[in-house]
Design a protein around this ligand. Structure first.
Ligand code: NAD
Length: 489
């Protein structure tokens, strides 16, 4: 561990870096080296109070700025993100551990959100009908709702915050972001670049910390809506407490995504995609493939290819060339994953690839792990492990595969590998999941479409991204107007 003094992070409120009122700081690690790279303040309710007051004041002016003028700042921000994409990707790899290619992909996804938000002038347009009765017309107008609070997880330090603040701000709201205390550094650059793009003071504020800040956001009367992304227990809590305080809340939560492989799938392509989806980003993706249900006719060939390709995965520091699999985020996540592997063995699953034995020791590494012969009674099938651990279940047919997936409490994504059109239709009509993939591994929708989990993977009504995000971050007025017939001389 480094003995060099590390930077103590500050909050960003009213266009400047301000020290938190807290005396408590938490170490931020590079999970590939266990080196402490910064210290993050566990800010207090007083810090949130100040941020909310500033954001509320800023809303008075920002909400009145003409929408195309707001959008121009988003365009400037977009250009700066492109200019700094390599630097941002490096920062993601250092604080999160995913490899540089994945980090660059994440930056690109974040940029796409900014692109979409820059379309605010069209997205904010209302509807009108010139004649709803004689000489009477009706028109809807959209308005921002006020101060929005964003609470984000560690696994996508750029993309997930970009699901929230660019659109909320483009639509005229002001924003307080509480990034994950485990990956707070990327946010520092986002706020600096948005300010450089011309964003006025107080519109975008960052308050670092953990549950005290979250509770401060949930309880503050001037914060009108909450966007949350994170685990299911915390999302459920945020949804309940925020709703009780009469706020709009959207909470995108955990997952246990199933991928179905049918006998007629293209084996080579299927295995390549599943390896990317199961072990990419160390399995720390809400769209990760956690379970494969494979038809018996192809199961042996599938397992053989899966093992062969898994054996060639390079594990290590994501900054190094050719590394595919980086570390999990913290020691506790490492321990938790090892415990799950042991539980899988104890419950009778067949461990065909053991991530405990093939991983380096200098960071929080777990190698790719595969269990065959998993059943729905096993803990490794039920729980979101959020690590590079893949469960395989052999099934008789597509119907059985869908029935198994639908027993999960989660319903974020689901994939099907097949060349049969009717199977695709059966899957689409019968699977419980909000985001489906056909012959691809990670069906994360682009910014134009909603991020659409079902069941315990989402609490709320309007999802993140797409037109849902425009509805979530605006409220409407409907004007019904009668025009008196003019008299012409
Ligand atoms: P987490 O729930 O531990 O943390 C998320 C946020 O909540 C963080 O900002 C954290 O500080 C805060 N938090 C944590 N515990 C809290 C508590 N007791 N009270 C109040 N606030 C608290 O999640 P994580 O480990 O950072 O992220 C991984 C989880 O996020 C996984 O479950 C993953 O599936 C989920 N996720 C979901 C999506 C989606 O779109 N559905 C996307 C990304 C991640």
């Amino acid at each position: 561990m480094s003995t060099v003094a590390v930077e103590k992070l500050k909050n960003y409120i009213n266009g400047e870096w301000v020290e938190s009122k807290t005396a408590q700081y938490e170490d931020v690690y590079n999970p590939a080296t266990k080196e402490v790279i910064a210290q993050v303040p566990l800010s207090t309710k007083e810090d949130i109070e100040y941020a909310a007051q500033i954001a509320k004041q800023a809303f008075e002016k920002w909400s009145k700025v003409a929408v195309p003028r707001r959008a121009r700042i988003l365009f400037n921000f977009h250009q700066l993100l492109i200019k700094h994409q390599e630097e941002l990707a490096r920062l993601i790899t250092i604080e999160n551990g995913k490899n540089l290619t994945e980090a660059l992909g994440e930056v690109q996804r974040g940029i796409e959100n900014v692109e979409f938000a820059a379309g605010a002038p069209s997205l904010m347009m209302g509807d009108s009908l010139s004649s709803i009765a004689t000489d009477v017309e009706a028109t809807t107008y959209r308005y921002p709702i006020g101060v929005i609070g964003g609470i984000t997880p560690f696994n996508f330090p750029m993309m997930v915050p970009c699901w929230m603040f660019p659109m909320a701000i483009a639509l005229g709201n002001t924003f307080i972001l509480k990034p994950s205390e485990r990956t707070p550094l990327l946010t520092q650059r986002l706020v600096e670049l948005f300010t450089e793009a011309g964003l006025p003071k107080g519109v975008f504020n960052v308050v670092h910390g953990a549950h005290d800040v979250v509770n401060g956001i949930l309880d503050h009367p001037d914060i009108k809506a909450i966007s949350f992304v994170g685990s299911k227990p915390v999302g459920e809590y945020v949804y309940k407490r925020g709703s009780e305080n009469l706020k709009r809340v959207q909470a995108l939560t955990g997952a246990k995504n199933h991928t179905i492989v049918l006998n007629d799938a293209d084996l080579e392509e299927t295995v390549t995609n599943i390896i990317g989806a199961a072990f990419g980003s160390a399995g720390e993706r809400c769209m990760a493939c956690a379970v494969v249900t494979v038809e018996e006719g192809i199961a042996d060939a599938f397992m053989a290819k899966l093992k062969e390709k898994t054996a060639s995965i390079k594990i290590g520091n994501g900054l190094d060339d050719g590394v595919f699999l980086g570390p999990v985020i913290r020691e506790e996540n490492h321990k938790r994953t090892i415990n799950y592997i042991e539980k899988g063995i104890e419950e009778g699953a067949n461990l065909v690839c053991d991530g405990r034995t093939n991983s380096p020791e200098d960071g929080y590494f777990v190698g790719p792990t595969i269990f065959d012969g998993v059943t729905t009674e096993m803990t490794i099938w039920k729980d979101e492990i959020f690590a590079p651990v893949l469960s395989i279940i052999r099934v008789k047919n597509l119907k059985e595969a869908v029935e198994i997936a639908n027993q999960s409490e989660f319903a974020n994504g689901a994939c099907l590998f097949t060349t049969n059109a009717h199977s695709v239709r059966y899957f689409r009509e019968n699977i419980d999941a909000g985001m489906l993939g056909i012959n691809l591994g990670v069906p994360a929708p682009m910014a134009l479409f909603p991020f659409s989990g079902w069941k315990s993977s989402f609490f709320g009504t309007l999802h993140a991204n797409g037109k849902d995000s425009v509805d979530f971050y605006t409220r409407k007025k409907v004007v019904t107007a009668r025009y008196v017939e003019p008299t012409f001389e």
